[in-house]
Design a protein. Structure first.
Length: 274
């Protein structure tokens, strides 16, 4: 029941905020109600997520809970942006990630449980999920920018694209988000080395290789932006390629382990969950 309530709040907020952005009626009761829906949804989502992750004195860190956490963090960003009248449309768009995140919690996948989690490991997990969230948002924005650019070139801006900020503002936001995500991804990779003793034995080889590949793609893109002013299609494609590697690193390898191989990543204190 709690998850359904969160889903309904996010859907309602998407409609109210998106409608306000399209009709240029921000700052109205409808806009404020949409923001209130997001805020209440974030609180209830966080409460549900806390109960879902804290299991038997450990942390349930399966693919579904991590996807839900990604959605929850995205909803926080959407809540922050919803207060800015120029970003209301983008806030509505970002809520689609939050919806997917909470909806995936219904998937019947096992949740491995980590027991006796140290603050260092908890910090590594938080940094990693935050990095994935930011880079995931960047990927969604890259798609929106590509569609926005195509419609502008055809002189046919319409539909939900009209509620987004200008193309230049979207690109500036994109690279700001990618920069923050890249810094956190770098910290995640370095902190992860602390908990890896044997990549093969801990089923982390593929995850590590794909994460490093994603890091290289984002590093190349950000350096290209800084040194050569990369933008447009090149920036969009590279942002999407980087996120695909990152998604495969976490969700792809995790789903294969948990659903096909009936195994889990192995970290200190890991227990098998059902």
């Amino acid at each position: 029941m709690l998850r359904i309530t969160v889903l309904l709040l996010y859907v309602g907020a998407m409609f109210l905020l998106g409608n306000s952005a399209l009709k240029r009626t921000t700052g109205t009761p409808k806009h404020r109600l949409g923001t209130a829906f997001v805020g209440l949804g974030v609180l209830l989502h966080g409460y549900w997520l806390y109960r879902a992750i804290h299991v038997d004195g450990g942390l349930a860190l399966g693919a579904t809970n991590m996807s839900s956490m990604l959605g929850w963090l995205t909803a926080w960003i959407a809540l922050f942006l919803s207060r800015n009248e120029r970003m209301v449309g983008l806030s509505s768009l970002l809520l689609s990630i939050a919806l997917v995140g909470i909806a995936t919690s219904y998937l019947p996948l096992g949740e491995p449980v980590l027991a006796d989690v140290t603050w260092q490991l908890a910090s590594h997990i938080l940094i990693s999920i935050t990095a994935y969230s930011l880079l995931g948002i960047g990927a969604l924005m890259a798609v929106a920018i590509a569609l926005q650019d195509a419609r502008l070139r055809n002189r046919k801006p319409s539909g939900w694209l009209l509620m987004l900020p200008s193309l230049e503002e979207m690109e500036q936001i994109l690279f700001s988000i990618l920069s923050m995500g890249f810094v956190l991804l770098t910290l995640s990779l370095f902190s992860g080395l602390i908990f890896v003793d044997n990549l093969l034995a801990q089923h982390l080889a593929h995850k590590t290789v794909l994460s490093v590949m994603a890091w290289l793609v984002f590093a190349t893109l950000l350096v290209g932006r800084w040194r050569r002013g990369w933008r447009g299609k090149k920036a969009v494609y590279m942002a999407l390629v980087g996120f695909v590697f990152l998604a495969l690193a976490y969700f792809g390898s995790k789903l294969v382990l948990e659903t096909i191989l009936s195994s889990h990543w192995s970290l200190p204190g890991a227990l098998t969950g059902s």
